[in-house]
Design a protein around this ligand. Structure first.
Ligand SMILES: [Zn+2]
Length: 473
């Protein structure tokens, strides 16, 4: 039995996670606007909610739940996407504006998938695109108008914020505080400055869809409410996203969904990940410290290393990306991958599961992995790395020892560990026997002052001798 505890932003408490319907555990996470390459900060919710997704799937097996349904949307309706397509068309690109928008979003989605795959994130079960659910959004907006929560004005449809008493509960602010704090757009046709757009008109060259209010396009917030409802129902378990989305995006999602489906609960648990900095500073183009996931991959920082660095910090704390952390993560993972080469797949180590179940304490989970590595329990280490999304069954090419198979590397690594232990225990006879045995098997070892020993094959390398030496010690 795995008892998961999560900090619920809605109640500001750490609570036991109890699925609404154990046959189908449901999670919705706000996805990217598919306009450009994912920058490093965008990778944080990807990794955080992938860890949660993997933990839920593990708990489902252990607790006898049914399936887990994970939905993450693609926002492919956006003024920046439209502007970019228009710019391309004016620069002479062939095709209609719709074609160019489609090209841009398809390309960006392919980049996003390549980046998130490299980070070891499982693809969600559903990745709805806003443009495929316009009908559901129009229906929800009509429903909100009929119930008195929205109104048409000047070709727009706006949500009447003051018609929903719970507005501001998630972020813990009053409407008047929000007006004072936010840069709200004061359009003359709004009944109240806080009212937000559900539908807006599209002029001549802008893309649009037919609606009862004329040709137009949906606002951003209605997307998530409509797609979550279509794919997960009126009430589901977890809603996640970056802390930057809590207000106004998530407040608006709650208002829309609660008013359209007053008998539902929308999401029961809200999880927000904190933001990312780089070398102690906010990432920004003007500071020159702005980079994408792809930039790092292209510089030779493996996806597993990026993921490891993210897991070092708890998701509710701000995290700092540093080159030094990446270097240390690279060293640790290289060691671990070489250690698990020989091991067989077993269940993850219970303390690693317990750490994740305690509000996704990934830092503690990694500490437990270090302990497994030091204790020589490589099978449990392997099982734990699978759960953490750091190992998919194949040692990544960058962590392999040239010329050695994973099993051979595992034998050598294990022997070196035994040799070092023997030395520590001042059992020099055993240490010498291992050294002699490796020499007989044709393994040349170079001990380094700093870091893992390096090794290579001599001409007389014989894996059977190596195996026999391993068996004797
Ligand atoms: Zn959303």
């Amino acid at each position: 039995m795995v008892t998961i505890r999560l900090t619920n932003s809605k109640t500001r408490k750490k609570e036991d996670f109890i699925p609404l319907d154990p046959a189908n555990v449901r999670m919705y996470v706000c996805g990217p606007t598919v306009y450009d390459r994912a920058h490093l900060g965008n990778a944080r919710p990807v990794i955080v909610f992938d860890v949660l997704n993997r933990l839920l799937r593990h708990a489902a097996k252990e607790n006898g739940w049914g399936k887990v349904t994970y939905v993450r949307n693609f926002t492919d309706v956006d003024d920046k996407i439209n502007a970019e397509a228009l710019r391309r068309q004016k620069a002479g690109a062939a095709g209609t504006l719709e074609d160019l928008i489609h090209e841009r979003t398809e390309e960006t989605i392919a980049w996003y998938h390549a980046d998130t795959d490299a980070l070891g994130a499982l693809r969600p079960d559903h990745e709805p695109r806003a443009t495929e659910w316009i009908g559901a959004m129009v229906a929800m907006i009509e429903d909100l108008i009929a119930k008195g929560h929205a109104y048409e004005a000047n070709g727009h449809v706006l949500f009447r914020v003051r018609s929903y008493a719970g507005y501001g509960k998630l972020s813990g602010r009053s409407i008047d505080d929000m007006i004072a704090g936010a840069r709200v757009e004061v359009a003359p046709f709004k009944e109240d400055p806080m009212d937000f757009v559900l539908w807006k008109p599209s002029s001549g060259e802008e893309p649009g869809w037919p609606s009862p209010w004329g040709k137009g396009r949906p606002g951003w917030h209605i997307e998530c409410s409509a797609m979550a409802h279509e794919l997960l129902g009126e009430s589901f378990d977890i809603h996640g996203g970056g802390l930057d989305l809590q207000f106004p995006h998530h407040e608006n999602e709650i208002a829309q969904s609660a008013c359209a489906h007053p008998h539902g609960q929308f999401a029961r648990y809200w999880l927000h990940n904190e933001m990312l900095q780089v070398e102690g500073k906010k990432m920004s183009k003007s500071l020159g410290n702005f980079f994408t996931v792809r930039d790092l991959l292209d510089q030779g920082v493996p996806g597993e290393v990026i993921r490891f660095v993210f897991l070092m910090t708890h998701y509710r704390s701000p995290m700092d990306w540093t080159a030094e952390k990446a270097l240390n993560a690279h060293r640790t993972l290289t060691k671990w991958y070489r250690q698990i080469g020989l091991s067989t797949a077993v269940a993850p180590y219970q303390p690693v599961v317990d750490a994740l179940a305690d509000d996704l304490n990934t830092h503690e989970a990694l500490t437990q992995c270090h302990a497994l590595s030091n204790a020589g329990d490589f099978s449990a280490l392997r099982g734990s790395l699978v759960l953490l999304g750091l190992f998919d069954g194949n040692i990544p090419a960058w962590a392999q020892v040239p010329g050695f198979s994973d099993a051979e590397t595992g034998l050598v690594r294990d022997l070196l560990q035994k040799r070092d232990q023997a030395r520590e225990q001042k059992n020099y006879q055993k240490a010498d026997a291992i050294r002699e045995g490796m020499k007989r098997a044709g393994v040349v070892v170079r001990d380094l002052k700093d870091g893992e020993p390096e090794f290579e094959k001599a001409k007389n390398f014989d894996v059977n001798v190596l195996d026999a030496v391993w068996g004797e010690t």
